[in-house]
Design a protein around this ligand. Structure first.
Ligand code: NAD
Length: 503
């Protein structure tokens, strides 16, 4: 196969966006950002450090304390969010092409991401206009109000798998709430986040409200978490990084919101519609080459339908077309990097060492046109023991592991036997079986006869080690708000409680 030439969207600025301008980082270092499908360098982006992060926090702190944005009316803030959505839609082709070049995902997936990002801005624009506080019962002649104030300055740290989408789940509600922020994208995929900074500036945000600093987690990220001027730390990424961040934030009792990894079971019971369940099991695990926090990489198949499911899934998986994301024929792109591919391959070896059998894939593609990218063939592993590491740990690649289960109770017990609890799917024709299962599944999202859908209106987040707090929905806005009780006494009178009795 010959590779099609890549698209050539306008590249974003390569310098941090601080206090309303793109300015070089203090040390002037650069990091080359390359396309995971070809290895080609896309842009040399500023490799900022702690001092740049501190400068950005100073700008956000000043902007917040000045109150121009924090005290703007919800209607005025909503108008800016609406403009952001409109500008994103105007530039949809550019954003999608940048995301595909940077992450390797097929253009159709990047286009979907962009549409959802615009939708999230519109959702929070509408929500903040209609979400007030509460009026409580109080003494006669007085009023007790619960008001929702912006939480302050937010540090946002995002991963590489959904760079723009994950950023939008933080930026849109934080801006709606009236917060100011510093955002650090993954050092592997900063392009669309830098382009978002341009869009936010064009939409008319006051200087200092939005800041973006590129660089490593150990320098820029750590500085953003430990800075005492930051009120909220909002992080999406791996569980181990999340634990480090939570520990650091705890030292100064800062609020944290954590969206972490998962090991998401897909339970297919004996009475399921096998044709649809097998088809959607492929979506569940091979979407974005399995690099999805909610990937349904762990199939728990009832023994009565196990063999048929494995046959159906494998026949289709063997035909998945690998390629560069800008080729319309491509169904699955590469992994994010050669180092990540080695990690995924390590899990394939570990599964076999634990006693599982390789049913499909496990190798890199033979096509010489794909050697420049971090590609891995769609892989199906069967007979995975439920008590090993592979059944519990996130693989984050195009690898489906299959365990044989006996009925609902066995499936539920195995599904819950992990430290994480992000998302689970259950396939059965019986609603009452699904409802009983959902009561027992310890996961933040449960899908019945589906896998993956989410909406701005519904909360997203995990039970157990998969996170703290929720993004999207009303809860996603509350992450960036503080409740303030305001007591108004319209009829003050002396209490006489102290020293008022004698002459
Ligand atoms: P990661 O934890 O390696 O990195 C995430 C971000 O944290 C990056 O920007 C990185 O630079 C930064 N970082 C690293 N060390 C840091 C430190 N000490 N202090 C501050 N910041 C630091 O994760 P990743 O490999 O980029 O992303 C993949 C992970 O993200 C997977 O585990 C996936 O499940 C998870 N994820 C979760 C969700 C969700 O909604 N729950 C969504 C997307 C991804």
């Amino acid at each position: 196969m010959n590779l099609r030439p890549p698209p050539t969207p306008r590249l974003p600025p390569a310098d941090p966006y601080i206090d309303g301008e793109f300015r070089p980082s203090a040390a002037g270092e650069r990091r080359e950002i390359s396309c995971p499908a070809t290895g080609r360098v896309l842009l040399a982006v500023a490799e900022a450090h702690a001092e740049d992060a501190q400068l950005a926090v100073s700008a956000a702190r000043r902007a917040f304390d000045e109150g121009k944005w924090a005290n703007a009316s919800p209607r005025a803030r909503a108008a800016v969010l609406e403009s952001v959505a409109t500008l994103l839609e105007r530039d949809a082709v550019r954003f999608a092409e940048l995301e595909t070049l940077d992450t390797g995902k097929p253009l159709a997936e990047s286009r979907d991401d962009l549409a959802q990002v615009a939708d999230v801005f519109r959702y929070y624009a509408a929500l903040v206009r209609s979400t007030g506080g509460e009026v409580n019962r109080a003494e006669e002649g007085s009023l007790s109000l619960t008001l929702l104030r912006p939480a302050g300055v937010v540090s946002m740290i995002t991963p590489w798998n959904y760079p723009l989408l994950q950023a939008s789940w933080k930026v849109a509600p934080a801006l709606a709430a009236g917060c100011c922020f510093v955002l650090k994208p993954s050092e592997l995929t900063p392009l669309t986040t830098m382009a978002l900074a341009e869009t936010l500036a064009e939409a008319g945000l006051p200087d200092g409200v939005a800041n973006v600093v590129t660089g490593a987690g150990s320098s820029v990220g750590a500085a953003l978490v430990s800075d005492p001027r930051v009120d909220v730390v909002s992080f999406t990424g791996g569980i181990e990084t999340g634990r480090v961040i939570a520990r650091t934030a705890a030292d100064r009792a800062a609020r944290v919101a954590l969206e972490l990894g998962g090991k998401n079971p897909n339970l297919i019971l004996a009475d399921a519609d096998l044709e649809v369940a097998a088809d959607r099991a492929l979506d569940a695990v091979f979407f974005h080459a399995g690099q999805v926090c909610s990937a349904g990489s762990r199939l728990l198949a009832d023994e009565k339908v196990h063999d048929e499911l494995v046959a159906r899934i494998s026949a289709r998986a063997a035909r998945i077309r690998l390629g560069v994301g800008w080729d319309p024929e491509t169904e699955m792109g590469p992994l994010i990097s050669a180092a990540h591919r080695e990690k995924v391959e390590g899990y394939v070896r570990l599964a076999l060492a634990e006693g599982a059998r390789l049913h499909l894939g496990g190798d890199r593609p033979a096509d010489p046109a794909l050697v420049g990218g971090a590609f891995l063939l769609p892989t199906v592993i069967v007979d995975l023991p439920s008590d090993g590491r592979v059944a519990r740990e996130e693989i984050f690649g195009p690898v489906l592991t299959v365990e044989r289960v006996r009925g609902l109770d066995d499936a539920l017990a195995r599904a819950n036997a992990t430290d994480t609890g992000l998302a689970a799917g259950i396939w059965t024709r019986e609603l009452r079986t699904a409802l009983r299962a959902a009561e027992r599944l310890r996961f933040g999202t449960v899908w019945w006869n589906d896998f993956h859908p989410y909406f701005p209106e519904a909360p997203w987040g995990g039970f157990k080690s998969s996170g703290v707090g929720r993004e999207l929905g009303r809860s996603g806005l509350r992450e960036y708000q503080e409740e303030q009780h305001l007591y108004l006494n319209a009829d003050p009178s002396p209490s006489g409680a102290f020293g008022g009795r004698g002459p």
